[in-house]
Design a binder for this molecule. Structure first.
Ligand SMILES: C[C@](O)(CO)[C@H](O)COP(=O)(O)OP(=O)(O)OC[C@H]1O[C@@H](n2ccc(N)nc2=O)[C@H](O)[C@@H]1O
Ligand SMILES: Nc1ncnc2c1ncn2[C@@H]1O[C@H](COP(=O)(O)OP(=O)(O)OP(=O)(O)O)[C@@H](O)[C@H]1O
Length: 279
């Protein structure tokens, strides 16, 4: 079985405050894209054979171990992971891989397992990838409301700087907190091809850690992209192109400067039979 583990961008990410458990309360709009990693899963009598980096620490491996244990070890799986997404870029690569392993194993070995709970235990971004498409998220990212997004051409650029998520969150200061995102205004602007009124509260901490990221943002704006924003905890940025041709021209201009890909917002929807997602 072959599965595509797509990337995500955050169409705005507002940090509302710090929670007692040390995590941050956030309000964000997730948008899956149309490119990502590839995973090949096939059943084997027992155990987990994994081909990919980090061995048992890989999120894909950990997702398989968790599912098989909760499903009562119905069999085993061979997983081959072909990475295409840069790591530590804020594109949700590892989280997306983990979600696709959970969905794939549920197809191979159907069982009464709460995929949502397993996903959340693997990471804050994993539950969204059980849904795909677009979603408004609250909490640490586990309270999801599906959203219909307009299929817009997007360019993603990662300047080859690994930004560990805990490090960026660790740099958050009280003045980085902000109000809730104006969701309806953002969706309206996206639909009209205007500059969306969104922000990413993690840009402050990330730019304090790596000031050169400001130039990256300015360069993408200089290439005519709208709504240029860092995604997740960075270091990747995305911007909205006027057209596929514009997106292609931007990709050519950035080709030798890091990871650059064009895609379409709103990506593949996953059949929603994965339980309720309380917002
Ligand atoms: C930045 C985002 O990608 C936005 O989508 C997510 O908030 C982070 O999702 P993620 O990479 O799956 O994050 P996790 O692996 O769950 O958490 C990594 C670390 O980030 C910090 N963290 C994460 C999410 C959150 N709402 N508040 C936090 O403070 C915590 O220190 C946590 O230990
Ligand atoms: N399957 C995987 N793909 C990529 N990184 C993985 C994977 N499994 C574990 N990791 C580890 O997790 C770290 C974060 O991976 P990931 O690519 O999800 O970061 P990210 O793109 O910033 O995601 P997010 O948007 O959730 O912050 C990597 O730096 C790597 O050490």
């Amino acid at each position: 079985m072959e599965r595509l583990a797509v990337a995500k961008v955050n169409l705005g990410l507002s940090l509302l405050g710090r929670r007692p458990d040390g995590y941050h309360e956030l309000h964000t709009l997730f948008a899956a894209l149309t490119f990502g990693d590839r995973l090949y899963l096939e059943p084997i009598p027992q155990g987990i054979e994994f081909r990919g980096r980090y061995g048992k620490r890989n999120l894909a491996y950990r997702a398989a171990a968790l599912y098989l244990e909760r499903a009562g070890f119905p069999g085993g799986v061979r997983i081959v992971l072909e990475k295409a997404l840069p790591e530590g870029a804020g594109l949700g690569g590892g989280s997306s891989d983990a979600a696709q392993v959970l969905l794939g194993l549920k197809e191979l070995y159907p069982a009464e397992v709460d995929l949502f709970a397993l996903a959340l235990s693997l990471g804050a971004d994993v539950p969204f990838f059980l849904l795909g498409g677009g979603a408004e998220a609250r909490g640490i990212g586990e309270r999801l409301r599906p959203l219909a997004l307009p299929p817009l051409p997007v360019v993603v650029f990662a300047p080859g700087l690994r930004l560990p998520t805990p490090r960026v969150y660790g740099e958050v200061k009280p003045h980085d907190f902000a109000p809730e995102l104006p969701v309806e205004e953002i969706l309206g602007a996206l639909a009209r091809g205007e500059e969306p009124p969104y922000w990413n509260s993690l840009e402050g901490p990330a730019f304090r850690l790596y000031p050169e990221l400001k130039e990256v943002k300015a360069r993408l704006r200089g290439l005519g992209l709208k709504g240029v924003l860092m995604t997740g905890s960075g270091s990747a940025f995305f911007g909205l192109a006027e057209s596929e041709e514009h997106a292609e021209a931007v990709v050519k201009a950035l080709r030798h400067r890091g990871f650059v890909r064009k895609g379409i917002l709103g990506g593949p929807h996953v059949p929603s039979g994965n339980g309720a997602f309380p917002l």
